[in-house]
Design a protein around this ligand. Structure first.
Ligand code: CUK
Ligand code: CUA
Length: 654
């Protein structure tokens, strides 16, 4: 019996079970007539490690997780909110993609306005490829106020307010083809960094790839964040022209390196592909060199320069610092980095930058002090073909530590250790920074991309929990067809060796990065503060319907409906309009009870809004189809929820 347990586990499990059994027996009034832990473990074929992992992750009902993970939702264009260590999915925040439950982009005007801000190339964009969420920071510490996330596919940045976990703004970067090195914030969220990936022509609308080196350009944008308004200030933001390398991840300096940003690049070969014409494909052409360039950018000085007359040029409505100005003003330096680098991660104390080359088995550690003195001493005179000074590799290198095949991204703990994902080996390497030494590796399943450590990008990481964001999950979960979920694996890094605790399938897209914050730093609203509150304004909205002001007003062909919702009725319940009328529905949930949310869905008109307690929303549509259309509350709010309904009556024209 109990074949899964080797002999060395039997005694500990029995002891554990006994302990638990006794503990339960002694604290439970009704007795423990059921099975004890060891019996359950045996029946479910669980090892002692399994039981320990379960105990380390289980959250009893009503008890909250100590950490919250904000993960990119990948192609879904959304953000996932997950409790750690339970790995329970708490919410999917609608960002770049319409989302009906939250009433995002399906009828509510203000949410549609946010999505419309994100239109590019005269297209409605109904998806995004989210990669890197960034929590707002104060003095290098997550402050729990805002979250930013990039859309790689369409170069955009979104701003989410963590008072209500809703997307407030989308800004587009008209000079980029795609982005990737975003979002990363400076230590007081002065700026949100966004670096382009695949270069496109900058100063002209169109140029064929045969003019790549002259006309195509890389770009980094520093989006100015205005904390008071909770919005990015477009006019106070600026971009910097970069060579047409393909830029990759970024990170902001802190502590001694405060004021600087670090942006990786690959394809410094400036390969232009064209496999079909007998050229090397991008994968070969863009990885021919042994070294690419890390870009070292003085953003503090660049922000000053961008404010000086004549130092920027407008391109597609954005201020851009031309390359020549950056070179002349000493805003931009390069240093070699091996080979086809991906992640650049600044250590918590800001003294070092860790880079991993996808085709190099090392973590390469740069010393900020050495970078600083190489810059101060005027460099070696060497430049790239665009005239950007190159700091010699040996002058700025602190150390290299061999980790394994395909190192990608690095996180740090509170004990001076670093953790690097090793993509080709499907492992996470734990290594020490001082002196650099590989300590141990743990298997992950499989093809790990980013890692997220508790409070990982702050000046004071917590350690303890690490999440490996795995791209493949073959043999981990119940088969669900050829498209498999991704796999988040929770790892306890305080144990030595590190222990895998939990597998969480992500069936909504390919998340790339995530950040994990202490839950008690978040102070979301329980209920909107006041009746008639607009999440867009983050204030009471003038003229929002409240109890007693419900009415229908016609102004020409526009019919304004001032409606309230409470358990369990809408007021009014009939909306009578003529075919062709414009309908403007103002609806307020006049309740203040926690969680008393109502929805408003209108049959066949593609409308659903979520109206949380106190919230007001506006819906606009043309009543172009005659007929009778029920509307109803789409949240099961009360015993008489099904009765919370009404009719839109559209009288045929003529
Ligand atoms: S990336 Cu996907 S694993 Cu967009 Cu940060 Cu590295
Ligand atoms: Cu209100 Cu259901």
């Amino acid at each position: 019996m109990f074949k899964q347990l080797s002999a060395r586990w039997v005694i500990p499990v029995v002891a554990f079970g006994l302990f638990f059994g006794l503990a339960l027996a002694s604290c439970s009034e009704g007795g423990t007539a059921g099975m004890d832990v060891s019996e359950v473990a045996r029946e479910r074929h669980l090892s002692e490690q399994d039981v320990l992992a379960a105990v380390k992750t289980y959250q009893p009902t009503g008890r909250f997780d100590p950490y919250v993970l904000f993960a990119s939702g990948g192609h879904s264009g959304q953000v996932l909110v997950i409790g750690v260590p339970s790995m329970r999915l708490l919410k999917v925040i609608a960002v770049f993609t319409p989302e009906p439950w939250q009433g995002y982009g399906v009828g509510a005007v203000e949410t549609q306005d946010v999505l419309d801000e994100g239109r590019m190339a005269d297209h409605d964009l109904t998806w995004g490829d989210t990669h890197h969420p960034a929590l707002s920071e104060s003095e290098g510490d997550y402050d729990g106020q805002y979250l930013f996330i990039n859309d790689k596919a369409n170069p955009r940045i979104a701003v989410i307010d963590l008072r209500d976990f809703e997307t407030k703004q989308i800004v587009t970067d008209p000079n980029m083809g795609t982005n990737h090195g975003g979002t990363f914030v400076t230590p007081n969220t002065e700026y949100v960094i966004e670096a382009a990936q695949y270069s496109i022509p900058l100063w002209e609308e169109y140029a064929d790839v045969d003019r790549y080196e002259e006309s195509y350009r890389g770009l980094v944008t520093f989006w100015k964040f205005d904390r008071a308004s909770g919005r990015i200030d477009h006019d106070a933001s600026f971009s910097m022209e970069l060579p047409p390398y393909w830029h990759d991840l970024s990170d902001a300096g802190k502590g001694p390196s405060f004021g600087w940003a670090f942006v990786n690049s690959f394809n410094t070969e400036m390969a232009t592909g064209g496999f079909e014409d007998g050229n090397p494909p991008f994968e070969a052409g863009a990885s021919a060199n042994d070294m690419d360039y890390m870009h070292i950018i003085n953003w503090q000085k660049a922000a000053r320069v961008a404010g000086e007359a004549g130092k920027t040029r407008m391109s597609r409505g954005m201020r851009v610092i031309p390359l020549a100005v950056s070179i002349e003003e000493g805003l931009l330096y390069l240093t070699p980095e091996p080979k086809s680098p991906h992640g650049v991660d600044v250590t918590p104390d800001g003294t070092r930058m860790v880079v991993s080359g996808k085709l190099d088995p090392h973590a390469t550690i740069y010393s900020w002090e050495k970078i600083r003195s190489a810059i101060d001493s005027g460099g070696s005179g060497e430049t790239d073909s665009y005239g950007i000074p190159i700091l010699p590799f040996d002058d700025v290198l602190e150390a290299q530590v061999e980790l394994g095949l395909g190192p990608l991204h690095t996180q740090f703990d509170d004990k001076g250790n670093a953790y690097t994902s090793i993509f080709l080996e499907s492992k996470v390497a734990k290594w020490r920074l001082d002196p650099p030494e590989l300590l141990e590796k743990i298997d992950v399943h499989y093809n790990v991309g980013h890692l997220a450590m508790a409070e990982g990008d702050t000046r004071t990481p917590d350690g303890k929990y690490l999440i490996a964001m795995d791209k493949w999950s073959i043999d981990r979960f119940q088969p669900v067809g050829p498209l498999l979920p991704q796999n988040f694996q929770l790892i306890d890094v305080d144990e030595s060796p590190m222990q895998l605790l939990y597998d969480m399938p992500i069936g909504i897209g390919e998340p790339h990065y995530a950040q994990m914050i202490k839950a008690d730093k978040l102070e979301p609203f329980q209920v909107y503060p006041g009746v008639g509150y607009s999440p867009h304004l983050m204030a009471l909205k003038e003229g929002a319907p409240v109890s007693g002001t419900e009415r229908i007003e016609r102004v020409g062909n526009t019919v304004h409906v001032y409606m309230t919702a409470m358990r369990s009725h809408f007021k009014p319940e009939y909306i009578r309009v003529n075919q062709g009328d414009e309908v403007v529905l103002h609806v307020t949930n006049i309740e203040q009870a926690h969680d008393a949310t109502h929805g408003l869905g209108i049959s066949k008109y593609n409308v659903n809004v979520s109206i949380e307690p106190g919230e007001t929303q506006e819906i606009r549509f043309t009543a172009d189809q005659a007929g009778v259309f029920p509307f109803y509350c789409t949240e099961f709010c009360s015993a008489l929820h099904l009765e919370m309904a009404g009719y839109l009556l559209v009288k045929p024209a003529g």
